[in-house]
Design a protein around this ligand. Structure first.
Ligand SMILES: Cc1cc2nc3c(=O)[nH]c(=O)nc-3n(C[C@H](O)[C@H](O)[C@H](O)COP(=O)(O)O)c2cc1C
Length: 188
């Protein structure tokens, strides 16, 4: 996961008219707990001008039509939802097509900052990343933010990460999407 404000952003500032080609894009999301990840998916999809579908709404073969695909869900038991993992495991060989990964997590965001956050997200994304890479996808970037969590006993305490994702998360997701759009278009 890269934080906003990295090199790619500077490239964009440096030359707004850099030549990039539009890439046919799709966002696949599974989101059920509070629809946290679905909200992030729609922000990203708007920037990419991409449809948003659930794993149940796509068949693996049709994904070959897309040059860039985002795969995201909430984090459940330290990984993405099994429906997304199942889809990833059944994808045809992608021969270097581009993908990105996103998620929302319910662990208390105040405990995860800097390197610790990067490592936490890297681990949460590990199962999906491995499956995508084993199917020949090039994972060009990853995004994660906190999401409201009332799983199990947490509901009695009003939940964790109330109000997340919030305005800052949506702005970061928008910046992330702008960066991957640029990256995917340039590296065709
Ligand atoms: C059954 C279940 C298991 C969860 N496991 C984790 C977990 O292992 N780590 C974590 O950070 N959050 C965990 N969460 C919290 C969710 O990742 C978080 O609330 C997320 O934003 C939910 O996304 P959604 O609303 O898109 O489904 C869990 C939530 C549920 C319901």
């Amino acid at each position: 996961m890269k934080k906003p404000g990295n090199v790619k952003k500077m490239e964009r500032k440096g030359n707004k008219f850099e030549e990039t080609l539009p890439v046919k894009s799709l966002v696949v999301v599974f989101s059920y707990h509070h629809k946290n990840t679905e909200k992030i998916a729609h922000v990203i999809a708007k920037v990419l001008d991409a449809p948003v579908k659930t794993p149940q709404q796509v068949n693996p073969e049709e994904l070959l039509e897309y040059g860039l695909i985002g795969f995201g869900s909430g984090i459940y038991s330290a990984q993405h939802h099994e429906s997304l993992l199942d889809l990833a495991g059944n994808l045809p060989q992608a021969n270097g097509r581009k993908a990105f990964i996103f998620s929302t997590f319910g662990a208390p965001f105040a405990l995860f900052k800097g390197e610790r956050l990067t490592e936490f997200v890297h681990n949460n994304h590990g199962a999906l990343r491995e499956k995508l890479q084993s199917r020949g996808y090039s994972v060009i970037d990853e995004f994660a933010c906190a999401g409201f969590n009332t799983n199990s006993f947490l509901t009695y305490f009003g939940g964790l990460n109330k109000g997340r994702p919030g305005a800052d998360d949506f702005r970061h997701a928008e910046e992330f999407a702008g960066d991957i759009k640029l990256l995917a278009g340039k590296e065709k």
